[in-house]
Structure formats: C-alpha cells, structure tokens
Design a protein around this ligand. Structure first.
Ligand code: ADP
Ligand code: MG
Length: 360
C-alpha cells in the first residue's frame, strides 16, 4: 500500500475514476510478468495448471452488515476471508480476487478504503491479489467479492464424496466465533482480557484455512470437505445428506480447551453447544478415508491450525453425540445452528451497545 497524501473527503469529491485510481495505487500492487492488472478493460493472467476454482459473494449494507457496529477494516477482512474459506473448502489455492463496490456519494473515502485495507490484510497470508472490479454509486454500500483459485486436476474436494466409515476431522477450535459474537453483542469491552481478545478476533477477523484445505486436497485421503459457516452440525449435515448417512460424534474428542471453557462460562454459553452449532468459524470439516488415515495424519501435521478427529460417518442416518459421561444426545436434543451472518447486523444492533466501534 503506497502513501498517497491526505485522504480526500467524500466519494463524490473524487468520483468513480479518482477512487479506482486510488484503489489501483494503494491496493492493486504491481502486475507480474505476463499479467495485466487494474486499469484496462479486463484483467489478464497466465492460466494456472490444473483446474480454476471460482466463488463469489454479495454483501448488502443493512442486510449483511452494519458499519455502526463494525469497523470498515473488519467488514473487508471478514468478507474476503469468507470467500477464501470457500476456496479452501474445495482444496484450492488462492490466485486473485475482484471487488465490485456500490457506495453512496456521501460515503467517505476513508471508510471505503478501510474496507479495501481489511481485504488486503486478509489477503496477505495467502498472497491472493486484487486484480480488478467495478465501482458505482448506489443508495447504500454493496460489496461483491469474486475469488479465483487453482487446484490440480482431479484433486478438488467436493461436499459429496463421504462414505460410511470415514473419519471426521475438523481444523482449529470451532466455537470461538460464537463466543466472540456473544461478547460483542453486549458492546465492545473497554479493557478486554486475553480470552476476550481471542474471542473477538476469531469473530471479527477469522482466518481462512487455505493451507489446510490445499494440504487436504494434496494428500489424497480426504473424500469430502466443507467450511464451517453455519455451524458444525448444520454444515456436517451437508456432507451426510447425499447418501442419507449419519454420524457418531465423540464429545471426549472435541477440542474444548480450558481457555475455551472458561470463556464460555463467563459468557453463560454451553461450551459444547458453541462448539457444535456456533457458526462463522470458517474452520474446515473433512471426511477422511480410514485406509488413508496415516497419509492424512502426515499431511495434517503441517496444518497451521491443526486438525483433530471428532467422530465417524455411519450408514444409518441421524447424528448422535456420545457424551463424556456415557450418555447420548440425538435429534432434537442436539444444539441447532445459531443464525448465520446476523452478527454483522441485527443481533448486535439490537443489543444496547455501549461503545459500538471502539477498537480493542
Ligand atoms: P469498465 O468501464 O470497463 O467497467 P472501469 O472504469 O469500471 O472499466 O474500471 C477500470 C479498471 O479499474 C478495470 O481494470 C477494473 O477492473 C478496475 N476497477 C474498477 N473498480 C474496481 C474496484 N472496486 N476494485 C478493483 N478494481 C476496480
Ligand atoms: Mg466499470
């Protein structure tokens, strides 16, 4: 990001082209040999070997996010991370992204560039680059991100390949995002403690599991994969649905660390419910072929977020959880998913907010 002097005031002061020019200079980065980036009619880049993977998302102010409660950087970060997570869930490595933006003329350039800065920060770990987009005036902010990734031919992992007997693995520590949302719904704490900072970061700045997804695709042991956006149980049901399959999950195997339990207790949340139904964690859920288990374990040692087994796919439908005390949970006793993406707007907006946009 290059310094370009003081930020101009409003979008209407610099207009569409002035804004695009700034986006190009500050966020576009230099094109690589053989590439044409922002500035021409379209972007050009060498076609990657293997398969191209594409995904797009649309976010509308007031419906998906509310900038009274979230910083522009956080919106940008989350929006790009959610897209990267979709690539990761296919086993694809990120290549480039495009951003289409509508904004009212009275939007400040600072706010809009904050959104781009958040995206640029979320892009950094995977090296994905902004290669183009579209900008126009609109009544409210509408943000559409398109990501492109690549994967070796025959290696993309879909949601539909799981079979009975496959072992279910999940990356990272699902549930933290739910705890962060719960904390934020009471307003941002003025002096956040360690667990509070972790919970807020996991909600506001989730990290897409790109290395884990690509590693899963590369090891040849993963039969199906999905990213956790709605919650572990609701997203698991997508993996199980194709064959009318079910799963047995083992509570003793869940990663409910002492820090996680403490945070849940402070917030009055059931740790297992947050783990199983939290949502918006952007972890990856993988089904692993039992006879390729060793290959998976070798690959997963390199996952920055780690991966741990939580249960097994069964031929019989329905999900059952074997509790640590020996009892079973099934059907309506299971926690259901918390409402997806509401965290950007109504749920937080509704809760009397003390200091909505305070940075921790
Ligand atoms: P066109 O008239 O062909 O739509 P534009 O003037 O809208 O062209 O865009 C000029 C260049 O700026 C193109 O390379 C386009 O991809 C890029 N661009 C426009 N808006 C954005 C944006 N919001 N983010 C990134 N690149 C953008
Ligand atoms: Mg255009």
């Amino acid at each position: 990001m290059k310094r370009t002097g003081p930020t101009p005031g409003l979008l209407r002061d610099i207009g569409e082209f002035g804004f695009i020019d700034r986006v190009k200079r500050r966020f576009g980065g230099p094109a690589r040999p053989g590439e044409i980036g922002i500035g021409d009619d379209a972007a050009v880049l060498p076609s990657p070997a293997g398969k191209v993977v594409l995904s797009t998302d649309l976010l509308v102010e007031g419906t998906h996010f509310d900038l009274r409660y979230f910083l522009p950087e956080e919106l940008g970060w989350r929006a790009l991370s959610a897209n990267l997570s979709d690539l990761a869930a296919m086993g694809a490595s990120p290549v480039c992204y495009l951003v289409a933006l509508a904004a009212p003329p009275h939007a400040t350039v600072k706010l809009l560039e904050g959104i781009f800065r958040g995206m640029a920060r979320a892009a950094r770990p995977s090296g994905i680059r902004l290669m183009g987009g579209d900008t126009c005036l609109g009544e409210k902010i509408v943000l559409s991100i398109t990501v492109m990734g690549k994967v070796r031919a025959g290696r993309a992992i879909t949601r539909t390949g799981a079979k009975p007997g496959d072992i279910l693995f999940v990356t990272g520590e699902p549930g933290w995002s739910r705890l962060g949302l719960r904390l934020l719904s009471g307003g941002r704490p003025r002096k956040p403690s360690g667990w509070m900072r972790k919970a807020m970061r996991r909600h506001l700045e989730p990290v897409a599991r790109c290395e884990e997804g690509a590693g899963a695709a590369g090891c040849g042991a993963v039969s199906a994969m999905i990213d956790l956006s709605d919650g572990l149980l609701p997203d698991l049901s997508h993996l199980l649905a194709p064959g009318g399959m079910g799963a047995i999950l083992n509570e003793k195997a869940f990663r409910l660390s002492p820090g996680f339990r403490k945070a849940a207790k402070e917030l009055g949340e059931d740790p297992m419910a947050a783990f199983l139904a939290g949502g918006e964690d952007y972890e990856l859920l993988m089904a692993v072929r039992p006879h390729r288990h060793d290959a998976f374990l070798r690959a997963s040692r390199k996952f920055p977020a780690g991966a741990f087994p939580i249960g097994v796919v069964t031929r019989k439908g329905g999900v059952r959880v074997h509790r640590a005390d020996g009892s079973w949970l099934a059907g309506l006793e299971l926690p259901s998913g918390f409402s997806h993406f509401s965290s950007f707007a109504p749920s937080v907006a509704a809760a009397g907010n003390r200091s909505p946009r305070r940075r921790n």
